[in-house]
Design a protein around this ligand. Structure first.
Ligand SMILES: Nc1ncnc2c1ncn2[C@@H]1O[C@H](COP(=O)(O)OP(=O)(O)OP(=O)(O)O)[C@@H](O)[C@H]1O
Ligand SMILES: [Mg+2]
Length: 235
């Protein structure tokens, strides 16, 4: 289980996260909802050890993580598909995928991981030698997810992966993610659109100005009067 307990994060002297708590249980798909600037990406950065915690704890499988480096976070089994994908556009699809397999554990299983990623996203096998920058938005997103899978994660964090991806491709990617989660990978998806989030997630957390303000199932979230008033205009 991945567990954030009352975490806070500062950028210099400015506090961005005040009080965020959430849990992703084994095999669960959760979503993190919130408006622009609510603190979704900051939360992802804190889970990965990219940003230090000013307060609170991040635990994974019962072990506290926040003093670990990002390399150790990857080794512990947490992988991030970052906001905006962050591919190396001039490098081939294959080379981009290999970038995800830098930890010693991942390197030991590189051929098996690559076979699995090609099986999940056949287009990446087809376009293996092509520059990542030449691919469509949806294909690039598959490269970004594939790269994260190359680290053989137990937890996959996805930060707004569907921006710039055609709706049909979004549906395909969601189906593949559900298949991966059925193999036991925990997932946390950052989304701004609540309806899309629940095409994927079983449970969601809502953050507002750096604080968790609501959590629940689709029915609970959509049934919340305050949530409706504040967010459904955005959906
Ligand atoms: N590098 C940074 N330096 C200073 N402040 C930052 C930095 N990154 C984010 N912030 C601030 O922290 C707050 C949370 O930002 P964050 O990027 O986590 O929001 P978000 O929910 O991911 O938003 P979006 O939907 O736009 O991606 C915002 O007020 C933002 O301006
Ligand atoms: Mg963000």
């Amino acid at each position: 289980m991945l567990e954030l307990e009352r975490i806070a994060v500062d950028y210099g002297h400015v506090r961005a996260l005040w009080d965020v708590s959430l849990e992703v249980k084994l095999g669960q798909r959760a979503a993190l909802l919130g408006a622009n600037g609510a603190g979704k990406s900051t939360t992802m950065g804190a889970i990965c050890g990219l940003l230090p915690l000013a307060a609170g704890t991040v635990r994974f499988q019962g072990r506290e993580l926040h003093r670990h480096s990002t390399v150790e976070t990857v080794a512990a089994g947490i992988a991030l598909v970052p906001e905006g994908r962050r591919l190396f556009p001039a490098m081939s699809v294959h080379e981009n995928l290999l970038m995800g397999a830098y930890s010693p554990q991942a390197r030991a299983h590189i051929d098996d991981s690559l076979r699995q990623v090609h099986e999940l996203f056949p287009i990446l096998k087809e376009k293996s030698r092509q520059s990542a920058g030449e691919l469509s938005g949806g294909q690039q997103q598959q490269v970004a997810i594939g790269r994260a899978l190359m680290s053989r994660p137990q937890v996959l964090l996805l930060d707004e992966p569907f921006i710039g991806v055609a709706p049909l491709v979004v549906r395909e990617i969601i189906e593949t993610l559900v298949e991966i989660s059925a193999r036991g990978v925990m997932m946390l998806l950052v989304e701004q659109n609540v309806h899309r989030a629940f095409e994927f997630a079983e449970y969601a957390y809502v953050i507002e100005n750096g604080r968790t303000v609501l959590e629940g199932s689709r029915e609970q979230i959509l049934g919340d009067a305050q949530f409706n008033e504040k967010f459904l205009g955005l959906a």
